[in-house]
Structure formats: C-alpha cells, structure tokens
Design a protein around this ligand. Structure first.
Ligand code: 5MM
Length: 339
C-alpha cells in the first residue's frame, strides 16, 4: 500500500505539471459564477468545470491531478461521459476534497477549525469507488491581534493528521493544506513566523498519527506580506523566505509541495513559484495547486457562454503553461508578455 501511495504522490508532482484545484464548495463556486453574471445551477457548474477539464492541451501537458468537490466527482459531461473519465483521458489523476469546511473554534470565536472527520472512513471508501486517488483537506489559519492561538494551530494540525491517516488507510494520498491567510496588514516576517509554527506543528502531528510522508503532498501558502501591509515584499524575497521556512520544517521524505495561490494575482503566483525553483537544489519538487490563479482568466473569458468555450480554454492553457514553466524555474516575464 505504501508503495502505491508513494507512486501516486510522485505522479502528482511530475516535473512540469501541477494540480488544478477545482473543488470550490457550493458557496464559493456561486461567488465565482456571480462574478460573470451566471446563475449557479448544477448544470452551469458542470458546464464550467467540463470546459476546464476538456481543455486538452493544458490538461494533458501541464496538469497532473484535479481536486474535485463531491458534486463534480459524481457528474457526467454533456455527452454522458463521467467527468472523472474525462479527467483520466487527459492523463490527470482525479482527487476529492474531504473536509466539510472551516467552522468556528469553540471558545475562540475569531478562529476556525476544519471539520469533516465524522464518518470519514466510509466516505473515503465511497470516493475510492468513484475513482479518486488522492484527497485534500484545508485548514485555515488567520493572522490578527493575538492570533493565531496555539489552540487553533494545534487543533487544525491534529485534524489534518487524523484525516491524512484515514486517507492512507483507505488508499488515498492526502494533500495536507495548512493555509495561513494573506488577509491583514501584517508584514512578511509575521507570515514567516506563523507559517513556520503551523508547519512544525503539522509535521509533529503527522508523525504521531503514523502518516507515511512519502505518500503525502503538502499544499502550503507562500510566505508573503499581508494584503493590506504598506510594505509589500519583492517576488525574490517571497521566494527566499518561503523556501527558508519549508527547509526548516518539511522533511525531505515528502515528495512534493504544491502551493495554493491564496488570492495572489495570476502573475505573482507564477513568478513566486518560478523564483523558488530558480533557487535550485531543493529536496522536494515545488509546483502549483492553484484554484483562482489557474482559473481566473478562463472564467472571465467564458462568461457562461458556449461560444466562448474555445477562447476560455486557450486562456486556461496559457496560465497552465506559464505555471508549468515556473515549476521548472523556466518562466520569464518576457514569455508572459509574448503570449
Ligand atoms: C478552489 O478553492 C478551494 C476550495 O475552497 P472552499 O472550500 O472555500 O470553497 C480551496 O481549498 C483551494 O483548493 C485552495 O485554497 C487553493 O485555491 P487558491 O484559489 O487559493 O489557489
């Protein structure tokens, strides 16, 4: 089992490929569709995701896996082909979001703990039957006055470790995602400290839970200045501080790290990944697992209209290609502009 998990994890971070996070819960996808004045129905959500998954070039060349929401893993495309089969036909691996969201942490109302552990063993069986080979669980850590607390860092790391152990027992590779949010006016060094704290706690809990690191993928935030911080760190500083924290906290047994974009602009998310890979000589693969930074341009181009599908797919292919180059340290602003 361990060998099989390690093989899937390796495939998820195939050089030059990354993961498409298309697991927006019903509330989040509604917000995305609202932004293009498209109603959120089972059909429009399906059409949107089918448009992405059938972007042949982008999917087959640059995408190793797709994270799905419960509704999507059960859906069929317009011609009756299950979306899972469509994804597999591009060579990408289907995965599933297993958490049920970040809920208020008892006695610490400004913080959250991610829920979804009840009945998880049974749900995993169900998703394996539906074709999932990996899973995702996102913990949310907020920076603010007196935040985060140790209680929130610990509760979230513990839940991530219990989820990861259940995944491996059931045959899924767990993506562990402890996201330190960009929201706030904190500086980059505060983000660095909190990220280091959250990652240290996470790897301690994974160890206690018996999780085999070779069969896991880490999905962290990058170390960045808070969105409202007056001094925004340069792209090079983001890359250097992120790599420093990862080297301090993430064992080299972890095959790969696939970043979230967290609300960065498309180009920042690409550039940051590029500068990290340009540092070179890293013990793990560094790639992308973006939601917004991979989808934003395609969503805007699609506008909910069938006649825009081809143009939206080109926008997606382009973004995926730029991120693929960044995952190999070969991106440049010039290439971005040329396109
Ligand atoms: C695609 O967004 C994912 C699901 O969000 P909700 O559960 O809030 O609806 C999210 O977990 C995502 O996988 C990561 O945050 C990465 O997405 P971004 O947009 O930050 O790259």
């Amino acid at each position: 089992m361990t060998e099989k998990l390690a093989k899937v994890a390796e495939a998820m971070v195939t050089p030059g490929k990354g993961i498409l996070a298309a697991d927006e819960s019903t509330g989040s996808i509604k917000k995305r569709l609202d932004s293009i004045n498209t109603p959120s129905t089972e059909e429009t959500r399906r059409d949107y995701r089918e448009m992405l998954f059938s972007a042949k070039e982008g999917m087959s060349k640059y995408i190793s896996g797709v994270i799905l929401f419960d509704e999507t893993i059960r859906q069929k495309g317009k011609n009756g082909t299950p979306l899972v089969d469509l994804i597999k036909s591009t060579g990408a691996i289907p995965g599933i979001k297993l958490d049920v969201g970040a809920k208020p942490l008892a006695l610490s109302p400004k913080e959250t703990v991610t829920e979804g552990l009840d009945g998880l063993r049974e749900r995993i069986k169900d998703y394996v039957g539906l074709g999932a080979q990996f899973a995702k669980w996102r913990a949310v850590i907020d920076i603010g006055q007196g935040l985060p607390t140790h209680n929130s860092i610990h509760a979230n790391a513990h839940a991530l470790a219990r989820y990861a152990a259940l995944c491996q027992e059931g045959g899924l590779v767990p993506i562990v995602e402890p996201e330190v949010l960009m929201e706030g006016n904190h500086d980059i060094d505060t983000c660095m400290k909190v990220s280091e704290w959250a990652l240290n706690e996470l790897y301690r809990e994974l160890y206690y839970a018996g999780v085999v690191l070779e069969g896991t993928i880490l999905k962290p935030n990058m170390v960045v200045s808070g969105k409202d911080c007056a001094k925004q760190a340069s792209r090079e500083e983001v890359a250097e501080k992120t790599v420093t924290v990862l080297k301090r906290c993430v064992p080299s047994a972890v095959p790969g790290i696939a970043f979230l974009s967290g609300g960065q602009s498309d180009e920042d998310a690409t550039a940051h990944l590029h500068y990290m890979n340009a540092i070179g000589n890293l013990p793990w693969k560094l790639t992308f697992s973006y939601g917004r930074a991979l989808q934003a341009a395609a969503l805007k181009t699609w506008k909910g209209k069938a006649e825009n599908v081809a143009a939206a797919q080109s926008a997606f292919n382009h973004r995926a290609e730029m991120n693929s180059l960044a995952a190999s340290g070969k991106w440049s602003q010039k290439l971005e502009k040329a396109a």
